[in-house]
Write a protein that binds this ligand. Structure first.
Ligand code: LLP
Length: 450
């Protein structure tokens, strides 16, 4: 395969195509089929389904769920994994993970319904989020879910009043904000005191005591989640779990009951080739801070499970030469994969055809057709000449990809496909243009206007 390259945006050269493929075991490339997910050439999917299309590997999802479980077991932890549905809520993805024994972490009525529809039992669902509505809490109580993570004194009172009025008991954990810097992108840091999440850890003992006294609530433990895409080692996890461990000891000393500790999500993945901690390191951090408490722990991973398992398959619309740069314009855009525009995120981009994978490369800006300069997937990326119709895959788009899509520029939502060995199936239809207009209407007093 091609060994690019000279011009790159970063100080280090980007990984070449062979390196990007080798780091992702569900991907392969060969001289006949080009880029392939498990046993299905991406060109076949494009032919059958069109582009842009999200393609998920069931095998990668399973392998990653098992690797995480093995790391937790290996550290001697009693742990349950509650996959964060926000990362990828496709029912087929949820189904694969439910069959692996994963529960779900949900943050809305929609996610709760998706998890239940995919076969996740209520007894394996935790509900997180700073702004749960009464309607959402009612549903959570009706489904008798495993745990509600309360994030404020106000929410504790609201859950108590609602549960008591319904004659129910809510199992509630208190989410604390440990004021730890996860050293990740500011937009996805959640565990600093200036962030909106959780209750200040200093207030936690009084709030937990209050929670234990409230009707309709069974206090079950404490929770943290300090941020997402954490790659700078596990020291931030260690610090957060150490603080949580201290809190648990303090609560116990006050005679308050705890059944478990929720360690949140956040484990990062290497999008480029940056070093990222392995799940074994995360398990070690959990054991270090919480291992001697004798309590089961919960995890809420999203990205680590689903991110590497998906690609966004797109076609080149046109390749154009600007005054100073070559632009490769795709039929996918920021409305599909928002992460580069939103977080300056780096996603690997691979050509799909066998010839393009070995052709000489030169720098190109890879952009979408949306009318904003922010609609840029990559700058100065080493890529071969890509004629209209050529296929490319944007890597590591399995988490925070399709779920963050919009219909901006009146662009329909892309299709989603699940690959499982040699089989593939459309697991979400491409939205059609009629669906885009459905539900909008012109008020009657404008109907006859000139
Ligand atoms: N638990 C809670 C309470 C969360 O808020 C999150 C993510 C997770 C678990 C899962 O975190 P993960 O393991 O996936 O890091 N859209 C951003 C990521 C936002 C993450 C929000 N919370 C992105 O594209 O990078």
């Amino acid at each position: 395969m091609a060994a690019p390259l000279s011009a790159t945006a970063g100080p280090e050269p980007d990984p070449d195509f062979a390196e990007l493929v080798a780091a992702r075991p569900h991907l392969s490339a060969n001289a006949f089929d080009g880029l392939t997910v498990e046993e299905v050439p991406l060109a076949r999917i494009a032919e059958a389904v069109g582009t842009p299309t999200w393609v998920y590997s069931a095998g990668a999802l399973r392998r990653r769920a098992r690797a995480l479980r093995a790391a937790l077991d290996g550290a001697g932890l009693r742990a349950s994994i509650h996959y964060a549905v926000k990362a990828n809520g496709n029912l087929a993805v949820l189904r694969v993970l439910a069959a692996e024994g994963l529960g779900a972490d949900v943050v809305s009525e929609g996610e709760l319904r998706a998890a239940r529809a995919a076969g996740v039992p209520g007894s394996a669902i935790v509900f997180s989020g700073v702004g749960k509505t009464e309607r959402e809490l009612r549903l959570a109580l009706a489904e008798d879910i495993f745990q509600i993570n309360a994030e404020s004194a106000e929410e504790l009172e609201a859950v108590s009043a609602l549960a008591a009025s319904l004659g129910r008991t809510a199992r509630v954990a208190l989410r604390v904000n440990p004021d730890v810097d996860a050293r990740t992108h500011a937009k996805i840091t959640t565990g600093r005191s200036e962030n909106k999440f959780g209750v200040p850890i200093a207030d936690a003992p009084a709030l937990y005591a209050r929670m234990a006294a409230l009707p309709g609530i069974e206090p079950v433990g404490v929770a943290v989640h300090i941020g997402s895409q954490i790659t700078a080692g596990v020291s931030a996890f260690r610090a957060a779990y150490a603080r949580l461990g201290e809190l648990v000891r303090e609560l116990r000393a006050a005679g308050l009951p705890l059944q478990r500790v929720d360690c949140g999500g956040g484990l990062g993945i290497p999008y480029r080739d940056e070093p990222a901690p392995l799940p074994e390191a995360l398990a070690g951090a959990i054991r270090h801070g919480l291992g001697d408490l004798g309590l089961p722990v919960m995890l809420e991973p999203g990205r680590w499970i689903a991110g590497p398992a998906g690609v966004l398959l797109a076609s080149v619309v046109v390749q154009k030469q600007g005054a100073a740069r070559r632009f490769v314009v795709l039929d996918a855009a920021m409305n599909d994969l928002l992460r580069p525009a939103m977080y300056e995120a780096w996603h690997g981009i691979l050509p799909v055809s066998p010839r393009a994978l070995v052709a000489p490369c030169s720098p190109a800006d890879v952009v979408g057709p949306v009318c904003e300069t922010g609609d840029t997937f990559a700058r100065g990326r080493a890529l071969p000449a890509l004629d209209p119709g050529a296929l490319v895959a944007l890597l590591d788009a399995g988490a925070y990809g399709a779920v963050m899509s919009s219909t901006y520029n009146m662009r329909p939502l892309a299709a989603e496909v699940l690959v499982d060995g040699a089989r593939f199936a459309v697991v979400r239809d491409r939205q059609d243009h009629a669906a885009l207009l459905a539900g909008m209407r012109v008020p009657h007093w404008l109907e006859d206007a000139p």
